[in-house]
Design a binder for this molecule. Structure first.
Ligand SMILES: [Mn+2]
Length: 438
């Protein structure tokens, strides 16, 4: 049995224990979790791609079966209401037979109207978790996504079970295959579109299977943080390549970024190598008890060092930070929690009661947590030439910039290096670098 299947029973046991305690705290008998349904396109008979409710895939490894539901009752085996319509237009999902099914009570149904009678008799004390309040009303579930309940479930999701970690390890292994294929396609002269196709093919993922829209950016496009355009034509000159792309296994995501210089021995190639060193040095500082925010602040100091080293700006670290210069070159956060969602929940939650800690004023960051064993986070520092941000700097700040060096770097765009790591008692388990990706 593979590591994922092997750890599933204990995953369900852990979820049941956590859920029983949460339900008791909120005086609920249980929850009904709706897998969801695809949203229809306006004035059309087509639907947007189906994306399952993360609470649903937390319990069962099903990501493509709309209309299924889970009934989670304290102290009882989860009931999976499994939708198998009679439908000659679409492929009907087969009844699952894998080992995980032993951990649930599988109830098959063929018509949506049957759901009402499949609800628990004592449903008045159940809450509904899902995207469709109208559906909850039809089912007679009055409590829809109560925030205190969701906060408690979300907070509990931060500590991953071994099953979840193994799913993400596999999602990293698959994504690394794609990253290598993409790098080769870049070196062979591929366009962004061709590189994307190479990635998808190597990972056996369709465009709607990847956990987020891949960022496949050549040259100056790599400075556009959420670049998803994909040029069909290869550029005349190949300078740089940034790819931010993941994969998913049982609905768990990986999220990896690499940057490549086409030729060695230039400013950009040195910048990539130096950023890689800094990223790995930040990784060595991860341990339980460290606040994520402090790692982000530490990275700003390192960016200040890099700006001086590469003569993009000059000034002592604190001045470059205080004048907003490091933020102009490194405008995003160091990373985020990852799991069932690429940007996983509870990045700001400090306890199960919903207490949130926002990032310090002016700081862009998706996580302010104190790290604990079992959390999975990304570490993804970057450095870019983004003219709109440089133009917004004060005159005092602009005086510290070196326009010639910035001009030299601009055609290369930017650099970012990202790994997914598990926090351990004595350091990290790097899910990304375990697979021979430099
Ligand atoms: Mn990321």
């Amino acid at each position: 049995m593979d590591a994922i299947a092997q750890h599933y029973p204990e995953h369900i046991q852990t979820l049941r224990q956590r859920s029983d305690a949460i339900l008791a705290d909120h005086q609920l008998t249980g929850v009904v979790i709706d897998a969801g349904r695809a949203a229809g396109i306006f004035l059309d008979d087509m639907e947007y791609p189906f994306k399952v409710n993360p609470h649903f895939k937390h319990w069962v490894p099903l990501t493509d079966n709309p209309h299924c539901m889970l009934i989670i009752r304290a102290g009882a085996k989860p009931i999976l209401l499994y939708f198998r319509p009679v439908d000659f237009w679409h492929k009907v999902a087969p009844l699952p037979t894998d080992a995980w099914v032993d951990q649930v009570e599988l109830v098959e149904f063929a018509r949506l109207e049957q759901l009402l009678e499949l609800m628990p008799a004592d449903k008045a004390n159940f809450a509904y978790i899902g995207a469709h309040a109208d559906h909850a009303a039809k089912l007679g579930l009055a409590q829809v996504n109560p925030k205190p309940l969701l906060d408690a479930y979300h907070f509990s999701r931060s500590i991953k079970t071994q099953y979840e970690i193994e799913c993400m390890r596999e999602a990293n292994r698959i994504a690394v295959l794609g990253h290598k294929a993409a790098r080769d396609a870049f070196m062979a002269g591929g366009s962004e579109f061709e590189i994307q196709q190479a990635y998808l093919s190597a990972t056996a993922h369709g465009e709607n299977d990847v956990p987020y829209g891949n960022i496949v950016a050549l040259n100056q496009n790599s400075a556009i943080l959420h670049y998803t355009k994909l040029e069909r034509q290869a550029p005349q000159q190949r300078l740089s390549f940034l790819i931010d792309a993941g994969a998913q296994v049982n609905g768990y995501a990986s999220d990896i970024t690499r940057s490549y210089a086409f030729e060695q021995g230039n400013l950009y190639a040195d910048l990539v190598a130096t950023m890689d060193q800094h990223q790995q040095q930040i990784l060595t500082q991860i341990k339980p008890g460290v606040r994520y925010t402090d790692l982000h602040l530490e990275m700003h100091k390192r960016v200040a060092q890099m700006l001086n080293q590469f003569e993009l700006a000059q000034g002592d670290e604190q001045t470059l930070i205080d004048l907003g210069i490091t933020k102009a070159f490194y405008p995003h956060g160091l990373g985020h929690p990852i799991g069932l969602q690429v940007h996983d929940v509870a990045g700001f939650l400090q306890d199960a009661n919903g207490t949130e800690l926002a990032p310090p004023a002016g700081m862009t960051l998706r996580c302010t947590r104190v790290l604990e064993v079992g959390m999975v986070i990304t570490i993804e520092p970057g450095l870019y030439v983004i003219d709109s941000l440089l133009n917004d700097l004060s005159d005092e700040a602009k005086a510290l910039l070196n326009p010639q060096r910035i001009d030299e770097l601009r055609p290369y765009g930017g650099v970012r290096i990202e790994d997914d790591v598990v926090v351990l008692a004595d350091g990290i388990d790097n899910l990304t670098r375990g697979f021979d990706l430099a």
